[in-house]
Design a protein around this ligand. Structure first.
Ligand code: PXG
Length: 290
């Protein structure tokens, strides 16, 4: 059975959920989105995701006529309509239908789409064995171009990096900033541990401020672990005791090899294991009831 999709004020079967070929989201990647997850009928960090969506929209001068409360209700209603307790939710706001020119003023109404689908999880064994990743030649977008803090519909930067990782035979890519500092992976933020201190790249270097990243920082601090948001190089990661990635889909996933160097013991570390357990506990009962 197909999914029921929210499209511009209506709930329609997925076959009928169509947008115009003149939609600037399609023509130019002109729009923003969110990837949200529901666990056991609870949507995790819904308010944070909606806030980030509105911040992204604000940054590209895209005015959303709905309030953040109304948008949260749409997300919940989409989950209810699909009778999904565990799901991956994709919320999209594009500039809307315009003409073939770039001018966003020609787009009268943004297109608002909410999809709640079943989630395809990473194979469980990856959480035991860990990922091998490489740094790729493609650099993360510069803030003065398309600011990586905007979760925009243009993911070519990330897709190019992901292709480079795939061609090299690994699962993920580390993107560096223009200056050569570690930024993030293609759809996940990155963490490391050295001498009991957790470190992760500071947001102002140019990356997406992950909701999962912020949750993990909070959980680590609750455990009394020092967390530094700082400037990190490949050297820092090569010589780390542990490394993992964070994202809505992946949760926390361990990295055991970077550019051919085994990280720490070459196996997922104890800090990773503890924080994954904390995270999986917190998603069970925190969150907005569907
Ligand atoms: N960085 C980037 C560039 C992302 O796109 C994250 C970090 C993690 O953010 P959250 O808020 O989820 O902790 C993301 C988000 C996918 C997929 O299908 C993943 C994302 C976006 C789009 C698709 O793997 N991750």
């Amino acid at each position: 059975m197909g999914f029921i999709v929210y499209l511009n004020g209506k709930f329609v079967p997925e076959e009928e959920a169509k947008v115009s070929v003149f939609d600037h989201g399609f023509l130019y990647g002109d729009g923003v989105f969110e990837g949200i997850r529901a666990y056991h009928g609870c949507i995790f960090k819904l308010q944070e995701h909606i806030r980030r969506l509105y911040d992204s929209a604000k940054a590209i001068n895209l005015e959303i006529s709905l309030t953040q409360e109304e948008m949260m209700e749409i997300v919940k209603e989409t989950c209810r309509k699909n009778n999904l307790k565990d799901s991956y939710i994709r919320l999209i706001v594009s500039r809307g239908k315009g003409d073939l020119g770039l001018d966003p003023r020609k787009c009268a109404n943004p297109s608002i789409i909410c999809i709640a689908a079943s989630i395809s999880l990473y194979p469980p064994e990856l959480y035991q064995t860990g990922l091998s990743v490489i740094t790729v030649p493609t650099r993360r977008n510069i803030a003065e171009g398309v600011n990586p803090r905007i979760k925009s519909l243009n993911y070519l930067n990330n897709i190019m990096a992901r292709m480079e990782a795939t061609l090299a035979g690994v699962e993920e890519a580390i993107l560096l900033t223009q200056e050569g500092y570690v930024a993030e992976c293609t759809g996940d933020n990155i963490f490391m541990v050295r001498d009991g201190v957790i470190k992760t790249p500071a947001i102002h270097l140019g990356m997406l401020e992950g909701v999962t990243r912020n949750s993990v920082i909070e959980l680590a601090k609750k455990r009394g672990i020092v967390v530094e948001e700082t400037v990190l190089t490949r050297f820092d990661f090569f010589t780390a005791d542990e490394c993992w990635l964070t994202g809505t889909a992946a949760e926390l996933i361990p990295v055991v090899n970077i550019d051919g160097r085994p990280i720490g013991s070459g196996k997922p570390g104890p800090m990773f294991a503890a924080l994954l357990e904390d995270y999986r506990e917190v998603v069970k009962h925190e969150g907005s009831q569907i």
